[in-house]
Design a binder for this molecule. Structure first.
Ligand SMILES: NC(=O)C1=CN([C@@H]2O[C@H](COP(=O)(O)OP(=O)(O)OC[C@H]3O[C@@H](n4cnc5c(N)ncnc54)[C@H](O)[C@@H]3O)[C@@H](O)[C@H]2O)[C@H](O)CC1
Ligand SMILES: [K+]
Length: 574
């Protein structure tokens, strides 16, 4: 499954018409039906609910292959609390559910009008407020407008000053937001801006059609007033902006509804955004045979640490073991060696020559070579600091070790504003920057990175020729190639916004590479596993107050649950 830009979605819709002969009106009908179905489920309390114990990030409506949830409701992470089950109905039994559809004059409004017709047919009390002149309706929206008009559902709040808009909204069990979709340009203008204000002022539960009105479906920007929804039902493929903040904070749960796009219709390049589905990660986790021994599960090396920061190496090394590596060696400056060794008895710790500041010193690069030669992969950077000798060591390791390298934290500074140097690395490199580190690498600002995270990660992958993991809510993993592939991760929650959680991720990716996974695949899978472990803890305990070290103990169960999901989930979830 892909996340798509508005332009990619339009191209897919066009191809569906031109090549397969399915007209857009048919897609609109399916879209409206999907909205009505989710609306009915939340109104009557039957769901939408997940059918597999797969964590919060991905669940399907029981028995339905075409309606799946790809984003949990914010603040509701985790399979335990979120073992999705029946919810209390929005509309108490004994009377018809009351629904108000606010519609614009584009195709988004058309979807809402189609949904209104279905809900009316199923017995709901439906009112439609059309914001915009009927003459400006798109042809397909007009078909649905006429059908609703015929059923006596539509009111034009602008033409008819008597429409008691706020009263209707206040009485609604559910408001369906069909004002603006992917056709929006810039901040909403009147009368739609006023309609958004009225919907928000009413404070009733909102289901957004395709995207919450007012958000930029590509970049996730929110340039003006926008709807905050409890549910978003998006069509064919989730729009990229639904996973990017600030828009991602307005979507509530995101449900993807199939609307009849044929299986062969895929988003056109130059960049594509596949979803890193948990089941996909689970299906790809290494499975050691019963005859495995530590030598066959990969010997890996973590190079980093400094006197002030010994913990980062310990976390990364332990995470590599928890991810399944057979043997983990840590190479740290001598003054940090005792501290690292005392953190975990399972790590083999080597002290290397140090400088006066407690970081690596002269001779460290030579001393580490024998350890490199006996390792299948390296992580370089956790806690390494910014000393000259440390930077020299990083460059030498990345550019000459001839082993896959996970490059993290201060290690990334060794290539600040010189990302092209990484093109000459003799073996694949996985970079794991957060926005600030990526900004350093690209010679730009963290704000510029955050303003367009997909563009920043694409640029980094293009300039380095390597795999780049841009950490943050919905981590993006750019794996290069043509079209350039940017994986959108679905797992994780704010529990990961804590010191050391990046070190754990580095260790997980290293551990997976150590077991023979392709480094690009290890990056995508490792990010999903890391977030999945955090989701499980957040669900069981809470998302706040979790330490990075808490993730370590969760990894075995998270791995097992993910692997089970990989076996059991339907093929199109992988
Ligand atoms: N294959 C699909 O994905 C399908 C998508 N459907 C739905 O169609 C919309 C996109 O429809 P479109 O007509 O292109 O645009 P909108 O309805 O989003 O907007 C229409 C209208 O709004 C006006 N407008 C633009 N910017 C502003 C603004 N800043 N303020 C006020 N008004 C604005 C402008 O005049 C536009 O014409 C997609 O989201 C889906 O919901 C299909 O129905 C099913 C197939
Ligand atoms: K909308």
């Amino acid at each position: 499954m892909w996340a798509v830009t508005a332009e990619q979605m339009r191209a897919m819709e066009q191809e569906t018409q031109d090549r397969y002969g399915i007209p857009p009106l048919a897609l609109m009908e399916n879209a409206g039906r999907a909205v009505a179905e989710v609306a009915w489920q939340v109104l009557t309390g039957a769901g939408p609910a997940g059918s597999l114990d797969d964590g919060p990030a991905f669940a399907g409506l029981p028995g339905s292959p075409w309606l799946v949830r790809v984003r949990p409701a914010p603040g509701l992470p985790g399979p335990a609390s979120g073992t999705p089950g029946p919810r209390p109905p929005l509309a108490p039994g004994g009377r018809p559910p009351r629904v108000v559809v606010v519609a614009g004059h584009g195709n988004n409004g058309g979807d809402g009008l189609a949904a209104a017709r279905h809900l009316h047919a199923w017995g709901a009390e439906v009112r439609v407020l059309l914001y915009g002149h009927p003459d400006r309706l798109t042809p397909d929206a007009r078909v649905n407008f006429r059908a609703c008009q015929e059923a006596g559902l539509v009111t034009l709040p602008l033409a008819d000053g008597r429409a008691p808009v706020s009263e209707w909204l206040a009485q609604a069990d559910l408001v369906i937001d069909a004002l603006l979709g992917t056709g929006v340009r810039g901040a909403p203008r009147e009368p739609v801006a006023g309609a958004i204000g009225a919907v928000m002022a009413a404070g009733r539960p909102v289901l957004a059609v395709d995207v919450p009105s007012g958000i930029d479906a590509d970049a996730g920007a929110v340039p003006g007033p926008a709807v905050r929804a409890q549910w978003t039902v998006t069509f064919g493929a989730p729009k990229l902006g639904l996973f990017l903040y600030p828009a991602a904070g307005l979507t509530g749960e995101v449900w993807v509804a199939g609307i009849g796009l044929p299986a062969g219709v895929e988003p056109p390049g130059p960049a594509v955004y596949p979803l890193a589905l948990p089941a996909r990660a689970g299906a790809r986790l290494p499975r050691p045979g019963e005859d495995a021994h530590k030598g066959t599960r990969g010997r890996v090396l973590v190079v980093g640490g400094s006197r002030p920061m010994p913990g980062a190496v310990a976390l990364a090394a332990q995470a590599a073991l928890r991810a399944g590596a057979g043997l983990v060696v840590a190479a740290v400056p001598d003054p940090a060696a005792g501290l690292v060794a005392s953190r975990a008895a399972e790590i083999i710790t080597h002290g290397l020559p140090a400088a006066a500041d407690g970081g690596f010193g002269p001779g460290a690069a030579e001393a580490v070579l024998p350890l490199v030669e006996r390792s299948v992969a390296l992580a370089v950077g956790p806690g390494i600091g910014q000393g000259d000798w440390a930077m020299d060591l990083v460059r030498r390791l990345v550019l000459t070790a001839g082993r896959p390298v996970v490059l993290d934290a201060d290690g990334l500074r060794a290539f600040a504003a010189r990302p092209e140097d990484l093109q000459s690395a003799p073996a694949p490199v996985v970079l794991t920057p957060h926005a600030g580190e990526l900004a350093l690498l690209l010679g730009t600002t963290p704000e510029a990175v955050q303003a367009d995270r997909p563009a920043a990660v694409r640029e980094a992958a293009r300039r380095t020729g390597q795999t780049v993991v841009l950490k943050g809510p919905h981590t993006l993993v750019a794996t290069g190639g043509a079209p350039l592939t940017v994986w959108v991760n679905l797992t994780g929650n704010r529990a990961l916004a804590t010191a050391g959680s990046g070190d754990v991720l580095t260790g997980i990716i290293l551990g997976l590479i150590g077991q023979g996974m392709d480094p690009r695949e290890a990056a995508v899978t490792g990010v999903a596993l890391h977030g999945f472990a955090a989701d499980r803890i957040a669900a069981r305990i809470a998302p706040d107050g979790i330490l990075a070290g808490d993730l370590l103990g969760e990894l075995p169960a998270a791995r097992a649950a993910l692997a089970r999901l990989g076996e059991e989930a339907p093929a199109h979830w992988k």
